[in-house]
Design a protein around this ligand. Structure first.
Ligand code: NAD
Ligand code: DAU
Length: 346
């Protein structure tokens, strides 16, 4: 089972697993919030080894029934409220989905696997934000103490703690990975990269928070997927693996790059998109810098990212420019109205 398989990272993972492992039945459980989009999964929706269920992980009865019915051997848990700015506006929703939803899944896995936990795995997909904020030096390691500073990262940190507690207390085989900022196709345009590309396209202001010097470590989404495949199949239960792109950039540097790639691809005068940049009020509690030490996953599982930043950023801008209908539909809310009609409102 994959939870959150209609979201940004989840849809890449679902497509990858369905195509790479035809003998696995991949069940995607997703509530289809504003961030979940079945359009992303068009290429595999009719495959025999794929099954979609619209459902909410905060509904413990529903989760128990699905887990009991399908008798899963493995769970990739990605479903979450994932946007920091939204967590500042509505922290309770983050606690419900990210903490209670994770607990419901852990309880269901515990019941299902109690007699035979061997060869089973609960894989919890988490974030580097649980480690807090770095100064100008240092890297997040697997043993860096947790120091979450936004409601989003606090909810993810809490879920990580529950996952580890279930490993120690109930012998549930678990593994956790904490990854840095992903980018690529299918990301909802509330996040920095697709938001900037969408605004450049429509010649709207490009809102850079604070002084624009906050640093993120960017990883192409398919490289996160290859790491997840390795961790799921070869990772050691009870372990944590940090994943990152070793590609630190200041936000302003990244926005300049997106402007310049877009100007070139849209054949606009070079430099014209940079004129749209507007410095705006900072995000409250804005973490200054994230950076990952990837030595553990590289040495233990021989993982290496395959996509260079030049290639990744360029192909990502190109994808959003080529998929303006996708951008238009997810920003108009038409697709949400369609799902509500198709599946019934909650
Ligand atoms: P996303 O917001 O694009 O997708 C989340 C998915 O979860 C959506 O399909 C949504 O419909 C579904 N969902 C939300 N609430 C649900 C609920 N109550 N029940 C069932 N489904 C629900 O998120 P993403 O960026 O793809 O992130 C996926 C996971 O990876 C999250 O757990 C996130 O914390 C983690 N992560 C993300 C990044 C990143 O850069 N995006 C980096 C590291 C870790
Ligand atoms: O580090 C992993 C995390 O990366 C994931 O766990 C989260 O789910 C994901 O949303 C992302 O969190 P960030 O807060 O780093 O991503 P976001 O795209 O919101 O912002 C990236 C940086 O850009 C951050 O420093 C805030 C800044 N920003 C963001 C937006 C949306 C701006 O300057 N302007 C903006 O409009």
């Amino acid at each position: 089972m994959i939870t959150g398989g209609a979201g940004f990272i989840g849809s890449h993972l679902t497509i990858y697993l369905v195509n790479k492992y035809p003998d696995y039945l991949v069940v995607n459980l997703d509530k289809l919030t504003y961030a979940g989009n079945l359009e992303n999964l068009k290429s595999i929706e009719n495959k025999e080894n794929y099954h979609f269920i619209k459902g909410d992980i905060t509904d413990s009865g529903l989760v128990e029934n699905i887990v009991e019915k399908f008798q899963f051997d493995g769970i990739f848990h990605l479903a979450a409220e994932s946007h920091v700015d939204r967590s500042i506006q509505a922290p309770n929703e983050f606690a419900m989905t990210n903490i209670i939803g994770t607990l419901n899944l852990l309880n269901a896995a515990k019941n299902l696997w109690k007699s035979n936990p061997r060869e089973k795995l609960f894989y919890h997909i988490s974030t580097d934000e649980v480690y807090g904020s770095l100064g100008s030096t240092g890297l997040f390691r697997e043993n860096t103490p947790y120091d979450p500073r936004s409601p989003y990262s606090a909810s993810k940190a809490s879920s990580d703690h529950f996952v580890r507690a279930y490993f120690h207390t109930y012998d549930i085989p678990v593994v956790i990975s904490n990854c840095s900022n992903n980018y690529g196709p299918f990301q909802f345009p509330e996040k920095l990269i697709p938001l900037m590309i969408n605004n450049i396209l429509h010649q709207k202001n490009l809102p850079v928070y604070g002084d624009g010097k906050n640093v993120r470590d960017w990883l192409y989404v398919e490289d996160h997927i290859s790491a997840m495949d390795l961790i799921f199949h070869s990772g050691k239960p009870g372990e944590t693996y940090n994943i990152g792109g070793e590609n630190e950039m200041e936000n302003i540097e990244l926005v300049y790059l997106l402007c310049d790639i877009s100007d070139e691809l849209l054949q606009r005068p070079m430099g014209s998109s940079r004129e749209l940049i507007t410095f705006v009020k900072d995000r409250p509690g804005h973490d200054r810098r994230y950076a990952i030490d990837t030595s553990k996953i590289k040495s233990a599982l021989h993982w290496e990212p395959a996509t260079s930043p030049e290639e990744g950023f360029r192909s990502t801008v190109q994808w959003y420019l080529d998929n303006r209908d996708w951008l238009k539909s997810v920003t108009s809310g038409d697709y949400k109205a369609y799902y509500d009609k198709f599946y019934g409102t909650d």
